[in-house]
Design a binder for this molecule. Structure first.
Ligand SMILES: [Zn+2]
Length: 235
């Protein structure tokens, strides 16, 4: 089936780091030795360090939020979001990448991430259940690809690219902006995946049964052909 250019599936992470030649033992999307983003052919995009994420993104964001009197931060986010960045990330060479498209998160995904998920959910609920607030951020210390919980939910990673992103990772005109196009709820993906093969298997079993009946002489050749054609049509 012809797929639009933005939907081209991204390659599996390399088995060996193209920059430092370390084997990719964990199957992660970053090199564990030199931090290279293994899907990046320009060999310049890296995994964001803990320091950069905690101080250069998280804490700096809080500072900018209050220093700009909140309103300023929202206006700033309106400019940075379409490029997969928040105000703090735009000052510290960080980008949010959607792991399914391999490109920067769309503006909608950034608003959902920075405002709805991190801002409202984690911040407000975090005051009531402090553990949730901490678990979100601390998750990255135990995660292979250094994803926080909000990264996991939105299927995102944070990369460090001081020289900017290569063309293949930048936003592409015409790509879907809607968050729903990327994310499927668990029940959506399972029902669609499970129902289709099950039906084919059912038809195959019916065909085998039909062949057995014919072989044992229980139905005529005409009856067999007629029923077989009906079954094939069902597929
Ligand atoms: Zn490496």
């Amino acid at each position: 089936m012809a797929q639009p250019a933005y939907a081209v599936p991204i390659a599996e992470p390399a088995a060996e780091c193209p920059r430092c030649r370390a084997p990719n033992i964990t199957g992660g999307i970053f090199c564990d030795r030199c931090n290279l983003y293994l899907r990046d052919e320009s060999l310049s995009v890296e995994r964001a360090s803990y320091t950069r994420r905690i101080f250069g993104s998280y804490l700096l964001e809080q500072l900018l939020f209050w220093v700009t009197l909140i309103v300023g931060w929202f206006i700033w986010l309106a400019f940075t979001a379409p490029r997969g960045r928040s105000p703090a990330k735009s000052l510290t060479s960080l980008y949010v990448i959607n792991i399914e498209t391999g490109r920067t998160a769309s503006g909608g995904e950034m608003w959902l991430r920075e405002f709805a998920l991190k801002g409202l959910t984690m911040f407000l609920i975090g005051y009531m259940i402090p553990f949730l607030f901490l678990a979100d951020a601390f998750w990255m210390f135990f995660d292979r690809d250094r994803q926080t919980l909000h990264d996991k939910i939105l299927k995102q990673i944070v990369v460090y690219a001081p020289a900017g992103l290569p063309e293949s990772m930048r936003p592409q005109p015409g790509a879907p902006r809607k968050y729903a196009a990327v994310y499927a709820w668990p029940w959506q993906s399972t029902s669609a995946a499970a129902s289709a093969p099950a039906r084919v298997t059912d038809v195959a079993a019916d065909l085998r049964e039909l062949t057995r009946l014919k072989d044992e002489g229980l139905i005529t050749a005409e009856e067999f052909e007629e029923k077989r054609a009906a079954l094939v049509e069902k597929m």
